[in-house]
Design a protein around this ligand. Structure first.
Ligand code: TRP
Ligand code: SF4
Length: 365
């Protein structure tokens, strides 16, 4: 007998907010690229999630999604291995979101930490909307419509995956007993299935696990966490001269005022970059040279830039192919939509059957 080793299924996503920066790479993308080898992966560009905050102006949504797709492909997500698609192209997400919205208590949503934080911090947009409160419900639908087992996410998203598990549990609790039945014949009233050897209590949804991506601390050019909203990013698409220029203006250990002052790479943002992107040998030279004032910051920064350029240039090379022929990426997304839709509609059949709302004619009762 052959034991089929079915690969676990992964789903993850990013909001489509345009071109990606190094933080997106070390915090997620790099990890996804490696996961492709081991898991059956679905990666979605969450354009509906982007709308929860940016609903007022949709002029960039589509281009932002394409920009994300190009960065993903450039970074090494491989459409031969993974399903890459845009969320809004698979309407099943919306259908499942609607059904989940029926069973999700308001209190669960009001208690989500990201919700509370963003309501307090974002003042330039009106986030007092139904859609924004429902953000994690949509995310639960994203995950569960593929019955994903594993969800690689950063720290800030763990609470959303936890909520997803709670929604799955609640759904299974309400409807788990009524699954699509192997003995079902069209025309047979659902109620008569009781006692026919139907697997009672089989849950519709698995409870997905979050896989926390341990991301190293990645400072932006001003020393704060790299983030689009701080304007301190290094983009995956930045050409070499731009990378070098950004490094030149990057803040360093404030103790090194003069060239002759010794410094400490452990408290220097440039030191943090070295730790992630430079070789052991370079790191050793930095440690020694900085602490003894043997090297200057300008030299040290140029080494850090070397490390970054080494990482980015193969990506930018790969990106070229898609920039020269934009249709190529769109074709990949369309193929992804097909594969995602197929998986999602299988789940939706189970969901409808479980809720007693299948599309089959089942006679009158
Ligand atoms: N909310 C996630 C973020 O802000 C993006 C996202 C949307 C997602 N749907 C998802 C992540 C499903 C994991 C699984 O980064
Ligand atoms: Fe930072 Fe390098 Fe300057 Fe040391 S030498 S303070 S690690 S930039």
């Amino acid at each position: 007998m052959t034991t089929s080793t079915k690969r676990k299924r992964v789903l993850s996503g990013m909001r489509s907010t345009g071109k990606l920066h190094l933080g997106n790479y070390v915090g997620a993308l790099d990890n996804w690229v490696r996961m492709q080898e081991e898991y059956e992966c679905f990666f979605e560009i969450a354009d509906w999630h982007a709308l929860t905050t940016d609903y007022a102006d949709t002029s960039r949504v589509k281009q932002n999604s394409i920009d994300v797709a190009l960065d993903w492909l450039a970074a090494g997500l491989d459409p031969e291995k993974s399903v890459i698609f845009i969320q809004s192209h698979v309407p099943a997400h919306a259908e499942l979101h609607l059904l989940f919205s029926m069973i999700t208590p308001l209190g669960w949503l009001e208690r989500v930490p990201t919700y509370k934080e963003q309501r307090e911090n974002i003042k330039d947009k009106d986030l007092g909307t139904y859609g924004f409160l429902g953000y994690p419900v949509l995310q639960a639908a994203d995950i569960l419509v593929y019955k994903a087992d594993v969800v690689p996410v950063g720290e800030d998203q763990v609470a959303h995956v936890e909520l997803t598990r709670e929604i799955a549990r609640r759904f299974n609790g309400f409807y788990g007993g009524q699954v699509a039945d192997p003995f079902f014949q069209p025309g047979m009233p659902v109620r008569q299935l009781e006692g026919l050897g139907r697997p009672v209590g089989k849950p519709v949804f698995p409870e997905p696990q979050s896989l926390l991506t341990i991301a190293p601390k990645l400072p932006g050019t001003d020393g704060r966490k790299m983030s689009k909203s701080y304007g301190n990013t290094i983009m995956l698409t930045d050409p070499e001269p731009v990378v070098r220029q950004k490094l030149k203006t990057m803040v360093t250990d404030p103790a090194r005022v003069k060239r002759s002052d010794p410094g400490n790479p452990d408290v220097c943002p440039v030191g943090d970059l070295h730790k992630i992107f430079s070789s052991k040998e370079t790191m050793a030279k930095v440690n020694e040279g900085c602490r003894t004032a043997g090297i200057g910051c300008i030299e040290c920064k140029s080494w850090a830039a070397d490390g970054l350029v080494q990482l980015l240039s193969p990506m930018q090379e790969r990106r070229k192919k898609f920039e020269e022929n934009p249709r190529l990426a769109w074709d990949i997304l369309e193929a992804g939509t097909d594969r995602a839709s197929k998986a999602a509609s299988e789940t939706m059949q189970d969901v409808r059957a479980a809720m007693g709302m299948s599309l089959e004619y089942e006679g009158t009762k």
